[in-house]
Every structure is written in structure tokens, then in C-alpha cells.
Design a protein around this ligand. Structure first.
Ligand SMILES: C[S@@+](CC[C@H](N)C(=O)[O-])C[C@H]1O[C@@H](n2cnc3c(N)ncnc32)[C@H](O)[C@@H]1O
Length: 271
């Protein structure tokens, strides 16, 4: 039986939408598209129910997108022309792409049902799919990225940027290693930006329980030092894990309650 569309993908879209309409300045992520993909009543309920837990999760979700998009911009500046969004969900980058991204080929990879749900919501909101976007429907626990991307127009001989946000925790270590092996064997200059569930669960147990209740159990957690070692063992050259001090710079001086995460759970690795 085909897996249902991801509920967690919609959940993080609601968080990004709340950031646009309810948080103060400066915005960590400017994303006018997310709110257009969410049912207005759902968005209003999320704003009304806002509290410390939702704020903490929202801070993480907007930061990881902002961080990854910054890394992508730097990759484009060094000549990378392909971007693969792994477990894209309702990621909105392609639908608000800045001028510097126009020459990119963007590949959105996700389960078929999640991808269908996204295309339906985009169409309902009157948001066109840009010409530089290609959808690749695979389950990367079952199909290798190499096979999945083979017929998509992706050029395996050219460097690529991979965005892997909010996905690693839904994969077991075998599937994670397969993705990392593939990315690490791309040409020099390629990069992957990712987020992961920390081995120190803290408040994330609640998020984990909500995901499990939605039929999307978490299958992996990492101590940051262990993940860093794994990335180097896969052959990545430069590994960056975003620490709390650097994270705070994205949040600036603010009058609202949104605070940078203290836990290390976002990073990137360059081939
Ligand atoms: C929490 S959502 C994150 C979505 C998006 N990256 C974001 O940050 O908004 C997790 C996404 O990973 C996708 N996903 C999880 N396991 C997957 C798998 N084995 N193969 C393909 N996609 C998967 C889900 O369909 C969902 O879209």
C-alpha cells in the first residue's frame, strides 16, 4: 500500500507560516509562500495556540531553512548549478527563488503521495511550478538516489547542493549512510545541508511523539560529535555544525519570544 502524504511536512509548513504572520522583526526566514499553502483556519488556530514549545520548534525550522539557503547561495557563487531537495515536503525555496537561483536546476525528491499533495496545494494557491524545478518521486529507504535521479536530467558529473532538512530522523542508519555515500561521491564542491535529531532528546520527545502518532516514527538520533565523525568517514572535507552562538546571529535583536535553539542539530558538509 502506498504511504500517505507526510503530515509532518504540513506541520513544519504551518510553523513557517506562523513565523511570517505572528513573529516580530527581524524575520529569520522570509517565506511568503508557506502561508499560501496552509488552510487559513489551520493557520489561525496555530497562531492562537502559540506557546513556548511551538516557538522552540518554529525557531529550529525557520533557522534550518535560512541556514541551508545561505549555504546554497555560497555554493552557487562557487559555480554549483544543481540543487537537490531531499524529502522536500512543502519546502518553498523554489517558489520564491531569488535572482541568484534562476540558473539552478532544482530537483525536489519525496515520496509520491507527499509530492502529489504539494502539487495540489500549489495549484489550489495559484502558484506555478518554475521551469527550473523537476519532481523526483522516490522512497529513499527503497530506491537509491543514483537510480532515482538517473532519469530526471540530474547531471552526476557536475557538482550539486543537497538540502536534507527534517528528514534524517525518519531514516534508519542504513538509509542515512546510503544518502551520505552518494553525496560524498559527487564532484568536489558539492555539499549537503542537513538537520538531525539530537541524541540528547530534551523537549524533542514531544515532537517525536507527535510524528509517531502521525505514522512517521523517528528512527535515528545522533550525538553531534558522532555525526561529525561519520561525515568525515564518508569522505566529506569540511563539516560545519551550527552552534548556539552562531545560531543567535540569525535571530538578531528582537522584541518577541523567538529565541535561537541551544541544541546543535543543523549543519552542512562539503565534498
Ligand atoms: C518533516 S518533513 C520535512 C519537509 C521539508 N524538508 C521541510 O523542511 O519543510 C519530512 C519529509 O521527508 C519525507 N520523507 C521521509 N522519509 C522519506 C523517505 N524514505 N523517502 C522519501 N521522502 C521521505 C516526507 O515525505 C516529508 O516530506
Amino acid at each position: 500500500m502506498e504511504r500517505a502524504a507526510s503530515a509532518t511536512a504540513l506541520g513544519v509548513t504551518v510553523l513557517r507560516a506562523v513565523h511570517q504572520v505572528a513573529d516580530g522583526a527581524p524575520r529569520v526566514l522570509d517565506d511568503p509562500i508557506s502561508a499560501r499553502l496552509v488552510d487559513p483556519a489551520v493557520l489561525a488556530r496555530a497562531v492562537a495556540a502559540d506557546g513556548a514549545g511551538a516557538q522552540a520548534l518554529r525557531a529550529h525550522v525557520v533557522l534550518r531553512s535560512r541556514f541551508a539557503e545561505g549555504r546554497l547561495e555560497a555554493a552557487v557563487a562557487r559555480g554549483v548549478q544543481q540543487c537537490v531537495v531531499l524529502g522536500a515536503g512543502f519546502d518553498t525555496f523554489a517558489y520564491r527563488q531569488p535572482e541568484w537561483a534562476r540558473t539552478l536546476r532544482i530537483f525536489e525528491v519525496d515520496h509520491p503521495a507527499s509530492q502529489r499533495a504539494k502539487r495540489e496545494r500549489l495549484a489550489a494557491a495559484g502558484i506555478a511550478v518554475p521551469e527550473n524545478v523537476t519532481f523526483v518521486a522516490i522512497d529513499f529507504a527503497a530506491t537509491s538516489l543514483q537510480d532515482g535521479l538517473a532519469t530526471s536530467g540530474f547531471d552526476p558529473q557536475a557538482p550539486a547542493f543537497f538540502s536534507w532538512l527534517g528528514v534524517m530522523m525518519y531514516l534508519d542508519e542504513t538509509a542515512i549512510d546510503a544518502v551520505l555515500r552518494y553525496v560524498a561521491s559527487r564532484p568536489a564542491g558539492s555539499e549537503i545541508a542537513f538537520s538531525f535529531a539530537s541524541a540528547d532528546p530534551g523537549a524533542s520527545r514531544k515532537v517525536e511523539a507527535l510524528a509517531a502518532a502521525a505514522g512517521e516514527p523517528w528512527l535515528s538520533r545522533f550525538d553531534p560529535a558522532v555525526l561529525r565523525r561519520k561525515l568525515h568517514e564518508h569522505g566529506f572535507r569540511a563539516v560545519t555544525l551550527l552552534g548556539p552562538e552562531e545560531a543567535r546571529r540569525y535571530f538578531g535583536e528582537r522584541s518577541d519570544q523567538l529565541r535561537a535553539p541551544e541544541r546543535v542539530s543543523i549543519g552542512s558538509a562539503v565534498v
